[in-house]
Design a protein around this ligand. Sequence first.
Ligand code: F6P
Length: 323
Amino acid sequence: MRKGINHYGDEFIGFLNGWKGVLENDFIPLTLEAVDGIQLKGGTILHSSRTNLKKIPGGIEKVQEVFKANKLDALIALGGDDTQSVTLFLSEHGMPSVGVPKTIDNDLSGTDQTFGFDTAVMIATEAVDRIRTTADSHNRVIVVEVMGRDAGWIAYAAGVAGGADVTLVPEKDIDINHVCELLSYNYGHGKHYGIVVVSEGCHLPEVGQVVNENAKLDSFGHARLSGIGEKLADLIEKKTGFETRSVNLGHTQRGGVPTAYDRILGQRYGLHAIDMVHDQKWGRIAVLRGLDITDIPIKDAIATNRRLDQRFFDVISDLEVKV
Ligand code: F6P
């Protein structure tokens, strides 16, 4: 935004509550004063919602009117795959739009990292560090459940950074016997506690993925994943006899002050996005490739979820004890 105002003489408005605000023409003026110091704030000053504009009858016509009424030259949308599927939809319907990859899940294809991920990992790692204190003092196994939907990036990073005994990611089904063997090996070799990091999207063959049955699917068709940690803790205690607890970190992972890395990445994406607008690169999204920011078609970024592969599974298994 700063580059848009200072270098190009652009004017900005910010739609409130995601696509809901675009549909309802609900916005605030975004001036330099309005965004002063926001790099210190987590979340978004514009608020958010899970509104799937593509599913709203007459939605596209409403957005066309909003574009016209505000004389918009372009729209920049920040978000993950769901948000960006709408950005693509708008640009396919003649509304000049570009995307910026923002999600803690880190699961957009074509970019090395989305912003928000590093902060979530920092919070999850700090939680694992704190949990180690009580697991150690009380001679317990503690299972820590982290977010990430169907991709194990947060679990992988927090598990490795936090030195978990067991790190479980959705890309691989949980082998409960292996989990218990790893913990039992440690207990048999002088350690009297254990830490397991599990991603909310993990599959436990005995129960599948654990979803909150009382919660409705969101407007993009996603079930609310939650509860695998508790199920796993019960199974571990039953099978090993070790006193076991679980902690679900939930939305704490999306709160607080962003890391320096995320602040820099977010601003670099923003700088690139405004150049994309002035170069009329509609239907494209800013991405990080190595140390460079560039852009790719949104359809490539959302075609498949970026998930962990063998390189990361190897890191996890090489850090495990050999049973
Ligand atoms: O996509 C980000 C994310 O935090 C996922 O990791 C998680 O499954 C989901 O959102 C939680 O959604 P909500 O805040 O709507 O419960």
